[in-house]
Design a protein around this ligand. Structure first.
Ligand code: ADP
Ligand code: AMP
Length: 215
C-alpha cells in the first residue's frame, strides 16, 4: 500500500506518519527529514537544497524526484510506504505517478490534512524536535515531560531554523501556490480522502486509521 499525507507545513503530517506507519507496517518516508539528513552529512544534494529550505521555498522537482524514487525503490517495510511531504507540486505528482506505473505500482490513498493557516502557524512556531531520534514536540500542545528534553533519549530539543515566523509565512505562501493544486489533482483521480486535522493528535490519528483500514 502507498499512502500520501498531504497538507500544509505544520498540519501534523510527521506526527501522524510515525503513528500510522507503525500501525500499518509502512515505511515512513519524509522528504523534509531526508533533506535535513543530507544537509547534516553535507552531501552534494544537501548543499544544493539548503538555500531553498532556509528561505521557505521548494527544492527543485528533479532533485526531489530522484531522491524520493531512490528511497521508494529500496527494500523497506513489508506493507509499503507512507509518503510525508512528497509530492508537493503537480510536476512531482506526475513524475511520481509515471515512475510508480513503470514499476507496476500506484498510490492507494491520499490523505488531505485540512487545517487553517492560523492553526498551522501556531503549531509550527511552537514546534521542537529531538535531533537524535526525530521525535516531534510542541511547547503547548505536546510538551515533553521534562522541559527542553526528549522523553525517549534525554537529548536537548532543538527548533528548526525554518520554523522562524518570517520563513513560516513564506512556507505557507508556497503551500498555497504550489502544493494546494494537488488537492484537485488527486480528487480528479478518485484518491483524495479529506481529514479534519484541526482536532487533537489522537482524534486525527483515529480519522486517518479509519481511512487506511478501507484498503
Ligand atoms: P508537519 O510534519 O505537517 O510539518 P508536525 O507533525 O511536525 O507537522 O507538527 C507541527 C507541530 O504541531 C508540532 O509541534 C506538533 O507537535 C504539533 N501538532 C501536530 N499535530 C497536532 C495536533 N493535532 N494538535 C496540536 N498540535 C499538533
Ligand atoms: P518539511 O520538513 O516537510 O516541512 O520540509 C522542509 C523543507 O524541505 C521545505 O520547506 C522545502 O524547502 C523542502 N522540501 C521538503 N519536501 C519537499 C518536496 N517534496 N519538494 C520540494 N521541497 C521540499
Amino acid at each position: 500500500m502507498i499512502v500520501v499525507l498531504l497538507g500544509p507545513p505544520g498540519a501534523g503530517k510527521g506526527t501522524q506518519a510515525v503513528r500510522i506507519s507503525k500501525t500499518f507496517g509502512l515505511q515512513h518516508l519524509s522528504s523534509g527529514d531526508i533533506l535535513r539528513a543530507e544537509r547534516k552529512e553535507m552531501t552534494e544534494l544537501g548543499r544544493k537544497a539548503q538555500d531553498y529550505m532556509d528561505r521557505g521555498h521548494l527544492v527543485p522537482d528533479d532533485l526531489i524526484l530522484a531522491m524520493m524514487m531512490d528511497r521508494i525503490g529500496r527494500p523497506g517495510a513489508a506493507n509499503g510506504c507512507l509518503l510525508d511531504g512528497f509530492p508537493r507540486t503537480v510536476a512531482q505528482a506526475e513524475g511520481l505517478d509515471k515512475r510508480l506505473s513503470d514499476r507496476g505500482a500506484k498510490i492507494d490513498i491520499v490523505v488531505n490534512m485540512e487545517v487553517d493557516d492560523a492553526e498551522v502557524t501556531r503549531r509550527v512556531t511552537g514546534r521542537w524536535s529531538c535531533p537524535t531520534d526525530g521525535r516531534i514536540y510542541h511547547e503547548m500542545f505536546s510538551p515533553p515531560g521534562k522541559a527542553g528534553m526528549c522523553d525517549d533519549c534525554g537529548t536537548a530539543l532543538t527548533r528548526r531554523k525554518d520554523d522562524e515566523p518570517s520563513v513560516v509565512a513564506q512556507r505557507v505562501k508556497t503551500y498555497h501556490a504550489e502544493t494546494k493544486p494537488l488537492v484537485a489533482y488527486y480528487q480528479s483521480r478518485g484518491l483524495l480522502r479529506p481529514v479534519d486535522a484541526s482536532g487533537t493528535v489522537d482524534a486525527v490519528t483515529v480519522s486517518i486509521e479509519k481511512i487506511c483500514r478501507t484498503k
